[in-house]
Design a binder for this molecule. Sequence first.
Ligand SMILES: [Zn+2]
Length: 203
Amino acid sequence: MASPEALLICEHCDTVYRRRALVRGDVARCACCDAELERHHALSVNAMLALILTAFIVFVQANMWPIVTLGLNGQHSSTTLWGMIVAMWREQAGVVSVLVAATLFFFPLMKMSLLGWLLWFARAGRRAPGFRQLMVTLHYLGPWTMSEVFVLGALVAIVKAHTYFDVTPDPGIYAYAALTLLITIFAGVDLRQLWDETPEPLA
Ligand SMILES: [Zn+2]
């Protein structure tokens, strides 16, 4: 009988396949429903951990540094992401401020912490405590980190506001742009590889 590691099951239609070694750029697709089965692991666990640490440092800077400076009649005021969220809350835009705080701050922070935790243990070839639940949480958290939407929105707003104000982008927005890049790199990583790279603990 084949070992479970040698088999691959399509998540969408349950067809079972025999696993084949993939080379760089390869993506295995289901012959029945064309769903993605597996892709080549371009990044090692160590590389992913380094990427997460970098993303975390950039994230801290993106939140500490001001994002834009607005100038009107010789007066200038700059704001950080949190300054913006608090201002929106005060201006009765409660729902928007909560959404912004969740998608730009809490979800990305949660995602990075979870990944950091899982990868730290995976580095030693072990499954982190709570591995199963955390992998499921990460799966659902996926679509809820929207730094890229924010950076685009902020850039459009900066260009538009230019008609009325003196707008200068501040370092925070560049940090967010860098973070977007890191998130995009990470979006191409198939985290399911962690299931294979860490052995199931013996009960
Ligand atoms: Zn399928």
